[in-house]
Design a protein around this ligand. Sequence first.
Ligand code: XMP
Length: 506
Amino acid sequence: NVLILDFGSQYTQLIARRVRELNIFCEIFPYNNPPQDLSSYKAVILSGSPFSVRAEDAPHPDLSEIRGKMPLLAVCYGAQYLAHFHGGEVKPSNIREYGRANLSYIKEQESFFEGVTVGSQVWMSHSDTIKQLPENGVRLASTKDVENAAYKIEGETTYAIQFHPEVYHSTDGKQMLENFLVKIAEVPQNFTPDTFVDDIVKELKEKIQDDKVVLGLSGGVDSTVAAVLLNKAIGKNLYCIFVNNGLLRKNEFESVLHQYKDMGLNVKGVDASERFLSQLKGVDDPETKRKIIGRVFIEVFDDEAHQLTDVKWLAQGTIYPDVIESVSVNGPSATIKSHHNVGGLPDFMKLKVVEPLRMLFKDEVRRVGASLGIDAELLGRHPFPGPGLSIRILGDITPEKVRILQDVDAIFIEGLKSNGLYDKVWQAGAILLPVNSVGVMGDERTYEKVVALRAVESTDGMTADWVHLPYDFLMKVSNEIINKVKGVNRVVYDISSKPPATIEWE
Ligand code: XMP
């Protein structure tokens, strides 16, 4: 187990992901709230930070229980921190030290750099520079502009690097992390999907025993994997609820419910379409739509949970990025929690919470899902927003508009699948625009709806680019939509990236 102390760098999660790619388990803690008990940790990594060590309000971690007592790797801010407060010198640099650089010197026979050669590209991102190494510091590497690009402390297993090994642009970054963690710190590489499943199933059994658990399934990857894990641990004591809000993709409710049952899950499908659509009637503001859908979902779920007796736990598909967000150096973002505080909590939210995936990143959830034997198609599904098609119908929502959009979306998604394009796209869907346009069909003039198609590539939804789908494919899909979906006479393709646009239109 490896401890990563976060000083607020945008790259901290990436460090964790690289470490996990080495099959080593790691946890991120804010530097100002580290774990009390360090005995289970075999090594510590200090992250970068937006702060300068020379700033008055810069992070001042207490490393007295760590430094010299266990292997320590200090990255960027961490490297400067060790230098600045332990007899070295950190100054603003005269030249920009952002972006690619190449190692021009590597100390010979240094296990940290085993397998790395002079010329290796590293990624720099800092405005201060280490002018003088701390006490007992030994230079390990330089670049043309950064003399002290890496150093170690003689007599300790303390290593410090100015560049970011976690970023892909640092070509040998993963090798260096492996050298440090495996060769130097001797951390075992035993964190795999299979060992995770074995451990978590055992843990869930002990924690839950014979209690009953309720879980909301969404059709998405996270809640599905959480359900299958719990099912493995406690079987029929897991009660799953899958709500149809009337805004899912075409036939999705029936087909996914069927899949869930095939997987042996104890699941109840609740068709609340009319309840949602009647509450949404006449509403065209996007945020109001989201709020209504959130509120009605909680009402429906609470009603269903009340029909079960003796339920003790609420299971959720929370994953690690959400957990980190709520404990991060910068604190939880205000908006995430606020809506739970309005008007008291519904009863099901007073249950004890169990979150089997809270230590996993998204790609790890998929790998765990695969190791549990969940269908690859289900695991490879594009993300789909909770408010569903409501935020892809611009303006107010009617059953007729939902029907049109479901038909258009189904043609687009089926087309992507049958042309081998679905897995090359991160997310795709159709948007029903609140405008009519003139067309001509046969001898008749039409005045009908316009739909936009959107397909993006992304890694986490934070940034995205539109996919250059083949013209031939777009032509076929456009023809099929206009010919088959009554009420649509024009199709456009969205060629905006995020930023400055967003993935959804609302
Ligand atoms: P945007 O439109 O912000 O979307 O670029 C980024 C990702 O988030 C999804 N999204 C949502 N998911 N509830 C959700 O569960 C929402 O209200 C919501 N809004 C956007 C969007 O589909 C994309 O994957």
